[in-house]
Design a protein. Structure first.
Length: 228
């Protein structure tokens, strides 16, 4: 059965370009031209992924992403389109609930690669356990919660994926490129410091109030999650 993609894009030419390309690639596509219409379509259709522009009439893309998460679609992949490629704008989009982003103008094959990465069959991922642990830190991959010393810690979806990747690779130094390719699934602009921003977010949530620090910087190389 074809995956169903919702494209929320107010520029008719861009929406038509994306829609045609996705249909030719075997996807079923629904198009909305403003944020409100997009949310309505989302509730009417069985959508597998959302391609979401930031600048939209009636409700901007960040607000749409937040609403999508608030109404219970916590694991629905959202790829955000933006003409604003600064780290600050990218992080705001990811914080709103997006999983990935593309800077306009973009090549369709790159969008297609990101969609394939985001819609791949998660059942194919083999894990030996439903939880990951280090010292008093625990991440439950099924229930999607994180605890440290018994205290539940609230993470965004991106923070959760980052911590999961660090825990899977605990005691191993991970470069920023490793993290970008595995947490965000595809190469980002290597000039961005989005990894450093998110590592700092994690530190504030899982290390700041605890004597033993688990996230460590290896200067010139990257980051490592380990017990001191």
């Amino acid at each position: 059965m074809s995956k169903q993609i919702l494209v929320i894009e107010d520029e008719p030419n861009v929406a038509a370009f994306i829609s045609q390309g996705l249909q030719e690639s075997g996807y079923k596509v629904f198009v909305a031209y403003d944020g409100i219409q997009g949310l309505e379509l989302l509730q009417q259709k069985n959508i597998d992924l959302v391609v979401l522009d930031i600048i939209l009439p009636k409700m901007d893309g960040r607000e749409v992403a937040k609403k999508i998460r608030e109404i219970g679609n916590e694991s629905l992949p959202i790829i955000m389109l933006t003409a604003l490629g600064t780290t600050d704008n990218i992080v705001k989009g990811l914080d709103a609930g997006a999983d990935d982003y593309l800077i306009k103008p973009f090549k369709f094959i790159e969008l297609l690669a990101r969609i394939r990465a985001r819609t791949r069959n998660k059942q194919a991922l083999v894990r030996c356990s439903n939880s990951l642990k280090l010292a008093d830190l625990e991440l439950d991959m099924d229930a999607k919660f994180v605890k440290r010393a018994g205290n539940k810690i609230k993470l965004t979806s991106t923070e959760f994926r980052l911590l999961e990747y660090l825990l899977i690779n605990k005691d191993r130094v991970l470069s920023r490129v490793d993290i970008l390719e595995n947490v965000w699934d595809i190469n980002f602009n290597l000039g961005t410091n989005v990894v450093d921003v998110y590592v700092n977010y994690l530190r504030n949530k899982i290390d700041k109030d605890y004597e033993i620090k688990l996230i460590h910087t290896v200067i010139g190389m990257g980051y490592i999650l380990k017990k001191e």
